[in-house]
Design a protein around this ligand. Sequence first.
Ligand SMILES: Cc1cc2nc3c(=O)[nH]c(=O)nc-3n(C[C@H](O)[C@H](O)[C@H](O)COP(=O)(O)OP(=O)(O)OC[C@H]3O[C@@H](n4cnc5c(N)ncnc54)[C@H](O)[C@@H]3O)c2cc1C
Length: 522
Amino acid sequence: MAEFDVVVIGAGHNGLTLAAYLAKAGLSVGVFEKRSIAGGGLCTEEPLFPGFLHNMHANFHLWPDFAPAWKDLQIEKFGMGYVHPSIPWSAPLSDGNHILIHNQIALTEKSFARFSKKDARTFCKLKRDLDRVFEKIMLASIYSVPKEPNPELEKELAKLPWFNKDWFGMSLFEAADDLFEDETVKTFILANIWFAGWPPDFKKMGDLVPTFLGLCNHMYLPRGGTYRLAQTLSRIVAHYDGRIFTNCDVGKILVRDGRAIGITLAKTSPLIQEQEIIARKAVVSAIDVTSTYLELVEDGILDASVKDQVKRFDYRGNSLINFHFELNQAPKFNSKDHTIDKGWSQDIGYENYGDLKEELASISKGDIPDIPRYEAGVNTLFDPSYAPPGKHIAICYREMPNTDKLNGGREKLENMMEGYADRVLEKWESYAPNMKKENVIARYIYTPYEYERKIVSMRTGSWSLGRMDYDQSGINRPIRGYADYRTPIKGLYMCSSSCHPGGSIFLAAGYNAAKVVLQDLK
Ligand SMILES: Cc1cc2nc3c(=O)[nH]c(=O)nc-3n(C[C@H](O)[C@H](O)[C@H](O)COP(=O)(O)OP(=O)(O)OC[C@H]3O[C@@H](n4cnc5c(N)ncnc54)[C@H](O)[C@@H]3O)c2cc1C
């Protein structure tokens, strides 16, 4: 019978991060992954022509420089590299103008000042003050077990005289209105926070507006493909003698006398023939909360009140349809100056509150908004290894309803998407005249129906493994009473994006949970 000190279910970046920490601490660790490759959302493919690399999921990595794992696990030394594009956020406007965030504060100030000198000054003041304390804010809020009250966080926020405690009670729209005056500036900021997972109408989360301005220059492009991070983390796990078994679909969590003692595999792989795997010290689930509590744990073990909370866990939001393009040329914008041609994340079609509100209204009704608006990223501008010499790739992410909420369902989507993709390109062409059909070598449309089958933890297309609104954040994530990565079953922990701080490649839940497991095993 195969035995490990710790068995990890799922080899997404959180499962791998946790496994690396535990193996480094000297525990024997086995990670069991359903797919044939590790990485979960860290997935790079060549769906069209060879040599054109597409990050099917996580493309924009946020703040790896703040993640304790970056240094603790020596991720760079094991092979991971990042490019730091100098213009992380940009948006062309239909009047030929544009707005952008530059890694140099003075250049952002110049861009904002075209719309409002007051907003430009507000941004600079806020950004300079935040930069002094931001790492500590991140460590207190993201890279720690959520708690309320949080004295470490409050201590850092107290150093920011302009920080308005009322923002915690406001929607993002309200906080943006409180901070800035110009609608172009506000729309630009809110659209980018939405792309990161938080729509502007989310209530009681207004503090995210200043937070994201603190973070805006910490966006990194994974060199050579997002999958490189999965390979690097896997290498670190192996370096510390951890084992990763792919093609292993975990069927059940074994519980004896109220304690998790291992797992059973629904499907074994050539790498491991045993059906039952024993965990001497802990089982950690790095997959979504619904599968963990309601599918992998046998009936009759969890209290009905816990199961009821999990049944209410909400996956709405953060569902995307991607349009992947292989191009002869990168976009050249119809702009008064061409700085924007070097923008990494390009917001296409979000110019005022009306655009944001129209999108929110359509999506909440279960429709794909008629006007194609999206976030585009042209990675080859910064890392030519994403395409053959001289060629380019582009990814356009379009927000859409979750798969279980989409009016007309999969069939309607499949019938409309080729025509929609044409309009995605036409919309781009309206800002960048060279984005014509002749510039496109090939295109691939990737829907949430596909990725929810590929990465089953992204239920109904929720890339964050659960909605990230106030009711499912911090001490409420994944369920109240168990936000500290423990579960009601002794020896069973969770560390996926269904936990704090939610979806994206933060290397956070895996890190936070590893600390908790190690503390409990002392
Ligand atoms: C279209 C799209 C675009 C995105 N863009 C970005 C972006 O630009 N930046 C960013 O930071 N994030 C982005 N994300 C989100 C990001 O990919 C996820 O939030 C992140 O990958 C979640 O990591 P995780 O480790 O928590 O879980 P996952 O990556 O979901 O990993 C879970 C793993 O568990 C495995 N698994 C599930 N069930 C079982 C089982 N029963 N047995 C064994 N294994 C199992 C899965 O196969 C998977 O490998 C995007 C996602 C999508 C879909």
